[in-house]
Design a protein around this ligand. Structure first.
Ligand code: DUC
Ligand code: ZN
Ligand code: ZN
Ligand code: ZN
Length: 487
């Protein structure tokens, strides 16, 4: 039996801040209170530190087949990077190829995830639609413990689904107690703008930003919300990056709909000027979808986190090396979309959120962990400092500083989009299900320690505002007379 005693820290949860020791036994939190006795436990000194639930990144792509290549962080390096920054659980996206069985795709994800250093779960992507998908969705939820389905409204000709497919899938989610997710960008408009830009000779990485203006995201977010309302299901909007999308989410929530928005740490802290760098590599390394925006959009995202209209902060970690990015020299549409961020999400959000007074430490815990656990239906196993919860714990030192650099990162790429940025607030210790893996800067991860976390279906489905019940079961109208057609 391994026992660890975290001493003299200040426990910070989504709602409370208090001084207490925390005892960890067999991977779980066994006791919380003042002056706990050591009883032979390994002691960790948390004086001057906050003892917080480990971060959960609800949006990562590890070893993902995408745009003719694979994202370069796999489940080993990706989760090691996450742990180094205080993230103790990740949720990856299982992506069936169009036409492929969801259950076949899941086997591949099960295989590659056995190397994970921390616990993980999957979202299932719906990349095509027919009766087989409809059938398999039930197995995915009931037998595999996956209660979230992702829909790409962009990447036309590859992952994109149309509105009829999305509406059918959303209704299926409602029936199964599952939550649909959307990548909300209007893929038809993006494809048109891409061709126009290329035809006019705009082939550099800045073309990527021009081809995906905030309006394409705002339109798709509004559309997905309305379709979710008609299907009578809550909705999770991934990588919310602009005011137009945030406005749609705010409005829906004000009306009582369960719609969750997920800004990324990259969109909160990096802006569109990155695409206008004289160095092609610099700009291409920052190509992701949606692209970085200007300060007004960033301010909107911060305001959403403060007011609660946006719920969580993720990374969409999907790292490609410089060599992979160079596939798109001469044609920005071929630059693999994606950036890293897993290792830096917690320190960057602390520095730019808590350090600037925009977020309280409790709000920081809510948006990096607790809200995510609640939305994914794994609270309080994850996202909590409570007796019985998994001991996924970060002992966070608010005074510890570093300058972010690719030279010292865990991630398997040759650069870092936050290169040169100073952060203040870093983990002193990280425990993942009780195992000490970050020990005052030393990385002691164990490949394969991570386990799949099953997630139960949701109890509460959205009671939509629209006439969805009539759409599903139309009321017959008795008429006294019907004229002959064409007369
Ligand atoms: N956006 C990215 O930038 N990469 C992976 C997929 C996505 O939607
Ligand atoms: Zn996406
Ligand atoms: Zn993504
Ligand atoms: Zn282990």
């Amino acid at each position: 039996m391994t026992t660890t005693l975290i001493r003299n820290g200040t426990v910070v949860t989504a709602d409370l801040t208090y001084k207490a020791d925390v005892r960890v036994e067999n991977g779980r939190i066994a006791e919380i209170g003042p002056n706990l006795s050591a009883d032979g436990a390994t002691e960790l000194d948390a004086s001057g530190c906050y003892v917080m639930p480990g971060g959960i990144d609800p949006h990562v792509h590890l070893e993902m087949p995408f745009m003719g290549t694979y994202s370069s962080d796999d489940f080993e390096s990706g989760t090691r990077a996450g742990l180094a920054g205080g993230t103790t659980m990740v949720v990856d996206f299982c992506l069936p190829e169009p036409g492929q069985s969801l259950l076949e795709a899941l086997k591949r994800w099960d295989n590659k995830s056995t190397r994970a250093n921390c616990d993980y779960s999957f979202h299932m992507a719906v990349t095509w639609w027919d009766k087989q998908v409809w059938d398999e969705m039930e197995t995915v939820v009931k037998d595999h413990g996956i209660n979230t389905f992702k829909h790409f409204m962009a990447y036309k000709g590859a992952l994109m689904v149309n509105d009829d497919e999305m509406f059918a899938s959303f209704q299926r989610c409602a029936a199964l107690g599952a939550l649909p997710l959307v990548h909300a960008e209007n893929g038809d408009v993006v494809a048109t703008l891409q061709q126009k830009l290329l035809a006019e000779g705009n082939d550099g990485p800045e073309g990527h930003a021009y081809s995906r203006p905030p309006e394409v995201e705002g339109e798709a977010t509004n559309r997905a919300i309305m379709i979710a309302d008609m299907a009578g299901v809550p909705l999770y909007v991934v990588h919310t990056s602009c005011e137009q999308a945030h406005e749609a989410i705010r409005r829906a929530r004000q009306k009582g709909m369960r719609v969750y928005g997920e800004p990324l740490i990259q969109h909160l802290t990096l802006d569109e000027s990155e695409y206008f760098n004289a160095d092609w590599d610099h700009s291409a390394r920052r190509v992701m979808s949606p692209p970085f925006r200007n300060k007004q959009h960033q301010d909107s995202l911060w305001a959403g986190l403060q007011s609660g209209s946006l719920s969580v902060v993720a990374t969409d970690h999907c790292a490609f090396t410089t060599e992979q990015k160079r596939t798109g020299v001469g044609d920005f549409t071929k630059i693999p979309n994606g950036t890293g961020g897993l290792e830096d999400r917690m320190p960057m959000l602390w520095t730019h959120g808590v350090g600037t007074g925009r977020l309280t430490p409790n709000e920081f815990v809510a948006v990096t962990s607790t809200n995510i656990a609640k939305i994914l239906n794994i609270y309080p196993k994850k996202g909590a400092i409570l007796v019985g919860a998994d001991a996924d714990i970060v002992v966070f030192d608010p005074e510890k500083e570093k300058t972010i650099s690719a030279d010292s990162q865990q991630s398997a790429i040759d650069y870092n989009v936050f290169e040169g940025k100073k952060v203040k607030g870093l983990p002193r210790y990280v425990l993942t299900r009780g195992k000490l893996v970050i020990d005052d800067g030393a990385v002691k991860t164990e490949e394969g320690h991570g386990k799949f976390v099953k997630r139960e279906p949701f109890q509460a489905v959205n009671k939509a505002l629209s006439t969805w019940k009539e759409l599903v079961a139309p009321r017959k109208v008795e008429r006294s007379g019907i004229p002959a057609s064409g007369v």
